[in-house]
Design a protein around this ligand. Structure first.
Ligand code: GUN
Ligand code: FE
Length: 447
């Protein structure tokens, strides 16, 4: 199957995984996250931690990953080096943070933040290209941590840097937590913002919103990755759609930090690009499989909180919608096909890499996983072929399989295995991980 795409994770937070889940976002940053990230001032520590972090993420089946480093230039260069050497496809960014951080973990000035950012971009762009494709596997990404860690001056300078580098991707957080949103609106009142570079109805309508802050500084565009988007206002959804930005849905983190449930079906229906993010260590698993499971649960929570409209209750209209596009799921639960889409091609769209990865379509790079759902993979929760044999279901292709007396096609059998893998699988089932045709990880990989 195609490799997984993690559109949002924090490499330096991996040592914190599984701790601090009693906090909401802002306290969690102060109490748990910033103290750990500060330790990456020590490049040797960074090298040691990042080596095992990247290995682990690849073994979870992530072939493309959007990484946040810390605010440190040298440690983030090490992260890029390690990702490059391991052969993963990735975006690597250094956090810009000049305010609302403790004095032990903050950049000394806007100028210092920009200089380090420019240096990281040059450093990553100087890594040798893949000799066959003449393309980079590791790319730089602008990473204003979130609006609250930046001043107007810093966002303005980053906007200028982005305008001078139209191909440069951008990643940040948006609309994750109620206190964060209120604090952001207080810190960036509409009257304090510059006129946005693109002036249109969508921009004007969303001027007083969180996403409107990024837009005012030219940081909302087709290669921007916005993490969370839990509490978006209607005008923000329209703005994000108009700018072509993508959303990284991080349900494990959004449950864990009590942030809320993003309305992914609605976003897909409105044509916004959506992928998945593990958001380690807001999320407590580096595996996109865990994110898929939580994305499903999240969509069920949204579904049972939602009052369906008359149209949605009309079976004819619903059936028609489902047939027209696989994404007509508004506030109903996301089906397995859509979960798979989010974990692969949806993520590729968010990264603007859908022409190269996200599916096994001819002409794309071979970024792929070899998955086993047999019991000898060592995960007793997934034992597809053996369970089928015990139930008397034909496992050998063709239209011979029986399920409750009904014939099951090979496609239905495959779909059943996929569903069991997505919901019960883990890294034991991921035997081989390939990026650009190169074997770089998985249970059978030695290196
Ligand atoms: N907002 C700003 N920084 C962070 C972070 O590290 N994790 C999450 N989940 N949200 C953030
Ligand atoms: Fe995050």
């Amino acid at each position: 199957m195609p490799g997984f795409i993690d559109t949002h994770t924090h490499a330096p937070q991996m040592p914190n995984i599984g701790s601090g889940q009693q906090y909401e976002l802002l306290d969690w940053l102060a109490e748990v996250t910033f103290p750990m990230e500060a330790r990456f001032a020590d490049v040797n520590f960074a090298q040691q931690v990042y080596g095992s972090v990247v290995r682990r993420i690849i073994d979870c089946g992530t072939t493309t990953c959007c990484y946040y480093g810390t605010l440190h230039l040298d440690a983030t260069k090490k992260l890029a080096d390690i990702v490059y050497a391991r052969g993963q496809r990735a975006f690597v960014g250094k956090c810009n943070m000049v305010r609302n951080s403790p004095e032990y973990y903050i950049e000394p000035s806007t100028e210092a933040s920009l200089t380090a950012t420019r240096e990281l971009i040059s450093y990553i762009r100087a890594l040798p290209l893949n000799p066959r494709t003449r393309e980079p596997l590791v790319r730089p990404i602008l990473t204003p941590r979130f609006a609250l860690s930046c001043t107007h001056e810093l966002l303005s300078s980053l906007g200028s840097l982005a305008r001078a580098n139209l191909g440069l991707a951008i990643q940040t957080h948006v609309s994750e937590n109620a206190s964060e949103i209120a604090f952001t609106k207080r810190s960036f009142p509409a009257a304090s913002l510059p006129a946005p570079p693109v002036q249109d109805a969508e921009g004007a309508a969303a001027r007083e919103t969180y996403a409107g802050v990024y837009d005012a500084f030219g940081l909302l565009r087709g290669n921007t990755v916005l993490a969370h988007a839990v509490h978006l206002e209607n005008s923000e959804v329209e703005l994000i759609k108009a700018r072509g930005a993508g959303i990284s849905h991080c349900p494990t983190s959004n449950f864990n930090l009590r942030s809320g449930c993003a309305k992914v079906g609605m976003l897909l229906d409105r044509g916004v690009k959506v992928g998945l993010g593990t958001d380690v260590s807001g999320g407590f698993s580096p595996s996109i499989l865990r994110t898929v499971q939580d994305a499903s649960v999240c969509s069920k929570v949204v579904a049972f909180q939602h009052q369906p409209s008359k149209d949605e209750l009309d079976p004819d209209v619903s059936a028609q919608n489902d047939a027209q596009t696989q994404h007509r799921f508004a506030n109903r639960q996301l089906p397995v096909a859509t979960l798979l889409h989010l974990a692969t091609l949806g993520g590729a769209q968010v990264c603007n890499l859908a022409a190269r990865v996200g599916s096994l379509a001819p002409g794309k790079a071979f970024d792929a996983l070899v998955v086993s759902v047999r019991s000898d993979a060592g995960n007793p929760a997934v034992w597809g072929a053996e369970l089928d044999a015990a139930l008397g279901v034909g496992a050998s292709g063709g239209e011979t399989g029986m399920k409750g007396g009904r014939v099951r096609t090979a496609t239905q059998e495959l779909e059943g295995m996929l569903e069991r893998f997505l919901f019960c699988g883990d890294d034991r089932n991921i035997r081989r991980v390939y990026v650009q045709g190169r074997l770089i990880g998985g249970k059978e990989f030695e290196g």
